[in-house]
Design a binder for this molecule. Structure first.
Ligand code: EPZ
Length: 429
């Protein structure tokens, strides 16, 4: 087991290049199952979750080159197992994204039910209901979802209305519908930037997907899809993590290879708190400058998480780290997941003043956090604890760093290059 050790007290200064988006690369990797030829992907981040996905594709019979992050070639022509096994799914719930492509192309899928998760129950009922509306029969047996279209026929296009906006639910249906017979309409679709990115590669493969990025997506099913080339969009959550880090350490960080449009809600909030955000008209890089003297000169401000283009739930933990040392009191309302405040309990161990009341956290800024050994509970919580360590007195140790390696490429290298004192170490016992 490993931990990340942070010595606090130094502002982040310099430039950082943002990697490809994990939450775009995952659905796009599963979408290669739909193609009858090789798919070349560029800007794929080097992450645990990507490795896990490649193992699942390999289990199914697809081959891949190891050229990432620059280029990753998937050869899906050898696919024969329409199954995502428990051993792999248990480490990554996004494996549910295998279902849509398998049902779309092979009219059957056997995927282990994703287990619980620290941030919430995260059911997949909306995915399964949509597949049933498209003609699939769904059975849950032995912890697996067995789905098949009777008579091995193709899925039928259908009108799908999501009661709750679901990102991977929208993606799963888009991929299933691409090869279904007839038209599928998705109403109340997710609008996250990863959705248009998936639609772009599906259309390059020959699909007919319209309206991605809006709340209504129309997909006209086609008979087959061919190989394509695509570069993954940059990771807006990684970008936001560094933007918050720059603001709360009173530093000055320029982010390269990112897209300011994807972080507008966070940008507005950081400016409201007193950080300065400048987007270069030349190359689109984003410069974030925190107030002189650091977080104590930041103002507190309330947030409520919401589906895109609202304030992303994946920024909530990192933003809370900033609020623990800002002036005044802020109310953080988490509306997407029912248990996404685990990081608050760890920050309290560092001296933060946080009261949890249901889905709201009331955060009173304190003068200083003190370094402490803390436990990461999920991907974004681990990043938030690392940020808290940057402004804490003394040493902070973030344990269970496998969470952070799932979603952040070379995280301590990138922070060290910005002047932070961060290193990885072995946990003794
Ligand atoms: C995606 O998860 C992201 N993961 C999450 O990022 C992100 O936090 C989340 O969207 C919200 O933006 C990937 O894209 C791989 P949802 P997803 O379905 O699709 C409920 C990270 O840190 N719901 O949009 O699983 C669900 O419980 C991760 O990178 C149902 O009730 O989230 C939640 O309350 C964490 N039934 C809400 O909808 C369903 O069938 C939104 O979940 C599906 C979802």
């Amino acid at each position: 087991m490993q931990k990340i050790v942070i010595e606090g007290g130094r502002p982040l200064k310099g430039e950082v290049t943002i990697s490809g988006a994990k939450n775009s690369a995952l659905p796009i990797l599963f979408a290669t199952v739909l193609a009858d030829g090789p798919v070349m992907l560029r800007n794929v981040p080097e992450l645990e979750d990507i490795q896990t996905t490649l193992k699942i594709l390999q289990f199914m019979g697809a081959k891949h080159s190891n050229g990432y992050p620059k280029s990753l070639k998937i050869q899906p022509t050898g696919l024969k197992h329409c199954e995502a096994p428990y051993e792999l799914v248990k480490t990554m719930r996004a494996s549910v994204l295998a279902m849509g492509p398998l049902l779309g192309r092979f009219h059957q899928a056997k995927v282990s039910l994703p287990g619980g998760c620290a941030i919430g129950a995260r059911p997949i009922n909306l995915h399964l209901k949509a597949f049933e509306q498209m003609g699939a029969k769904i059975e849950i047996e032995g912890g697996y979802v067995n789905a098949h279209v009777p008579g091995k026929k193709r899925l039928q296009g259908a009108k799908i209305h999501f009661d709750t906006i679901t990102v991977t639910g929208t993606e799963n249906v888009m991929m299933a519908a691409a090869l279904a017979k007839g038209q599928t309409v998705i109403e109340n679709a997710a609008r996250e930037p990863e959705i248009p990115d998936l639609a772009n590669i599906l259309n390059k493969m020959g699909a007919k997907v319209y309206g991605a990025g809006t709340e209504t997506i129309v997909i006209d099913g086609v008979d087959d899809l061919k190989g394509a080339e695509h570069s993954i969009i940059s990771d807006r959550i990684e970008a936001g993590t560094f933007m918050i880090g720059a603001a709360m350490t009173g530093g000055s960080v320029t982010l390269r290879d990112t897209e300011s449009l994807m972080v507008e809600a966070l940008t507005a909030k950081l400016e409201e708190c007193g950080a300065k955000v400048t987007v270069s008209p030349k190359d689109g890089s984003i410069k974030v400058e925190g107030p002189a003297g650091g977080a104590k000169n930041l103002k507190s401000s309330d947030i409520t998480t919401a589906p895109y283009p609202g304030f992303a739930t994946d920024f909530q933990a990192q933003y809370m780290a900033m609020m623990t040392v800002s002036q005044g009191t802020s109310v953080i309302s988490e509306t997407i997941f029912e248990n996404r405040f685990m990081h608050a309990l760890e920050m309290k161990r560092m001296g933060a003043d946080i009261q949890i009341e249901g889905h709201r956290a009331i955060v009173k800024g304190v003068k200083k956090l003190s370094g402490a050994p803390v436990m990461a509970s999920d991907l974004r919580a681990s990043a938030a604890l690392l940020l808290a360590g940057l402004v804490a007195d003394g040493l902070t140790e973030v344990h269970r760093v496998y969470h952070i390696d799932r979603g952040y490429e070379n995280i301590e290298k990138k922070f060290r290059a910005l002047g932070a004192r961060v290193k990885r170490a072995k946990v003794k016992y």
